[in-house]
Design a binder for this molecule. Structure first.
Ligand code: AMP
Length: 411
């Protein structure tokens, strides 16, 4: 069967991750992956690994801006050492209110996504930049936007709506939800045995949870931006709006412009809060667990707040789903932090959740519920890049012809 190299581009607020996958029939083989991390710093990271996980590039370049960062990726991809992609998939955090379907990227689509960058100011500008660069980098190769919000498109209007004046709702201010490609990849891995009532907790540096009925999203913790929902590494999660006004007034007292005040507030709620802000130590769960072992009270409070918030969300999702068949943990903390899983499930016996301490003593995929637990509790690592490749292959198959794809792209 002919192999088909697909490039996956995944930009974060200060990083660009990329991978080349070979798609042959139903098979997906990772050929290479890499990342440029620390955009905006003097000491960034640039690494690449082959499909077996061997490092082939490991550098610490200065990364003053995204252009310098993307040039490293572009030079590596054009070095002749890697197969040239025949299609490119872009992880797209949010396309705005009118774009809920994954689709072929045209210059009009990029303009449309760009016009809503105020809805996801940390993610959309860099994603849009990379889309434009990728079109130039591999002329004639079709590019596709694969949205994190796509999985959440099935949420009802009731769930999507926010209790704000209608004029702001008309601007696209509503709940979108994120980590959707991770959630889809969990459903993909559960097939054909997707339970009717499922909660997935994606607990990484960014953390969210989703309630799923028969494989479709019913509700999710994140809202307009990834800052909402449960607390995470550096984000507040949902918070009393009065706290934002208090902070804004304090910032305004320093005499900065309105734009500067908004930027400072953004930094406070997105980069300086959550586990980092509460512990005053780290956003990394491994550091916090070490500090707790050493008796650090602030680290204990931060982790307890994280666990407590998640338990509350599990409770509300069980109410929303009308019961629960399965709870899945994923993401760096969900997969690896044995103590967090044990603490989150402790006290949820009334909901039918019972974790077996011995089974829970694992890192990576496992069933961790006790034999007599009514709810099955599992750990499943996400497979986001593979999901993006799957969408690209599906969308390519739906393209009328390669010529029309090219015409649409240069239109
Ligand atoms: P992610 O954003 O999915 O890469 O997850 C990052 C989070 O996973 C950080 O808080 C890490 O501390 C946490 N994590 C990764 N490995 C471990 C581990 N072995 N034990 C506890 N937490 C871990």
């Amino acid at each position: 069967m002919a192999s088909f190299p697909v490039l996956v581009l995944n930009s974060g607020s200060s990083s660009i991750k990329f991978g080349i996958y070979e798609a042959a029939g139903d098979q997906r083989i990772k050929l290479f992956e890499g990342a440029v991390d620390g955009i905006g710093t003097e000491l960034g990271k640039f690494w690449m690994k082959d499909g077996e996980g061997r490092k082939i590039i490991d550098e610490t370049p200065a990364l003053p801006n995204r252009a310098v960062a993307f040039a490293l990726v572009s030079d590596a991809l054009h070095s002749g050492k890697f197969p040239s992609p025949l299609a490119i998939g872009h992880r797209t955090v949010c396309g705005g209110p009118s774009i809920s379907e994954n689709q072929h990227i045209t210059t009009e689509l990029i303009d449309e996504i760009d016009s809503h960058s105020a809805l996801a100011p940390l993610h959309t500008p860099i994603a849009v930049y990379i889309m434009r660069e990728a079109l130039k980098l591999f002329p004639g190769v079709p590019n596709f936007a694969v949205l994190d919000t796509y999985f959440h498109r099935t949420m009802s209007e009731l769930v999507k709506a926010m209790p704000i004046p209608a004029e702001f709702a008309a601007m696209g201010v509503r709940r979108y939800g994120y980590h959707g490609i991770s959630y889809e990849s969990i459903i993909h891995q559960l097939r054909p045995n997707v339970p009717e009532k499922l909660i997935v907790a994606h607990l990484g540096n960014g953390a969210s949870m989703t309630a799923i009925r028969n494989g479709e999203c019913v509700d999710t913790s994140m809202g307009l931006t990834p800052t909402g929902g449960i607390i995470s590494g550096t984000r507040t999660g949902d918070i009393d709006p009065g706290v934002l006004l208090f902070m804004l007034n304090k910032i305004a007292e320093t005499g900065v412009s309105a734009k500067e005040a908004a930027d400072q507030l953004e930094t406070l709620v997105s980069k300086k809060s959550g586990l980092l802000g509460m512990s005053q130590l780290s956003n990394d769960m491994r550091d916090l667990r070490g500090a707790i072992d050493d008796g650090n009270v602030q680290a204990r409070l931060a982790v307890d707040k994280f666990v407590w918030t998640i338990q509350k969300w599990i409770g509300s999702f069980v109410a929303e789903l009308g019961g629960l068949d399965m709870l899945v943990f994923t993401g760096g903390i969900g997969e690896n932090d044995i103590a967090s899983r044990a603490e989150m499930c402790a006290g949820l016996e009334a909901l039918g959740i019972r974790v077996d301490a011995e089974r829970n003593n694992v890192r990576g995929a496992a069933v961790i519920s006790a034999a007599d637990s009514r709810v099955i509790v599992r750990v499943i690592p996400p497979a986001e890049d593979l999901m993006i490749v799957n969408h690209v292959m599906r969308l390519l198959a739906e393209q009328p012809s390669p010529e029309s794809a090219l015409e649409a792209q240069i239109a």
